[in-house]
Design a protein around this ligand. Sequence first.
Ligand code: GUN
Length: 299
Amino acid sequence: MAKIINGTEVAASVIDQVKSSASALQADTGVQTGLAVVIVGSDPASQAYVGSKSKMAKECGFKSVQHSLPEETTQQELLALVAELNADPTIHGILVQLPLPKHLDSEPVIQSILPEKDVDGLHVVNAGKLATGDIETGLISCTPAGSLILVRTIHGEDLSGLNAVVIGRSNLFGKPMGQLLLSRNATVTMAHSRTKDLAGVCARADILVAAVGRPEMVRGDWVKPGATVIDVGINRVPAPEKGDGKFKLVGDCDFLSCEAVAGAISPVPRGVGPMTIAMLMANTVIAAYRMAGKPVPKF
Ligand code: GUN
């Protein structure tokens, strides 16, 4: 039986530190940390995520601004909003919720965000800093940063000698996760949909991080006994056992069979999910400290 990594509890302690950092900055300099969240269209899952980000920003004592734009927003209109937020000195963090509607090109929008306000860590400047081993001066993508904190609760700061396998190679998660693990001296394998013998690759992992977007794909017999499993998937699947038309959230790992073999595992829900929002708040207060020229809190 694995230790269950309680993401809700770890996230709450990050949020406590964000709140005290934000209030100390305001007392010291008069600066209230500001976060702007932009959403285009009406996708219900995205609306729910964005709503909880804006709500948490308020709870942290931030100025929290949500821009909900209609589905038919043009590329120019979206770029104009980002430019306005870039120029607004009361806004320290800007997040454009992804995916954008199909007629919009997300890459130029993301790259138009000032790197110092890019609390998603997706700007090439921030991605490049991480890729070159600078984990101090940029902003790091929230879900990988939060996942690394969960790994730290089990293995501490230094992952020397440990094999880490990340399944998934997206810019939003897989690539930065691999680089963060590498920065902590893990021996990192980046696996993906074209990897040969994925099960065999996973079975060598002391730390297995799954971000494939396929419900319950990773089975217990892929897991090395005693390994730490970080499940980054959030999949909504039918749950007829809860009643007609009901759904439940499951991860990319088959929880029961993985839990039987792993040393520690993050569940879904209440694992990585709450860490993403907590690290968004952490990045925003970090950005506010930097803009105020103050020494930055460490998370
Ligand atoms: N959509 C799903 N996860 C994320 C995220 O971390 N950031 C943004 N901007 N959009 C997302």
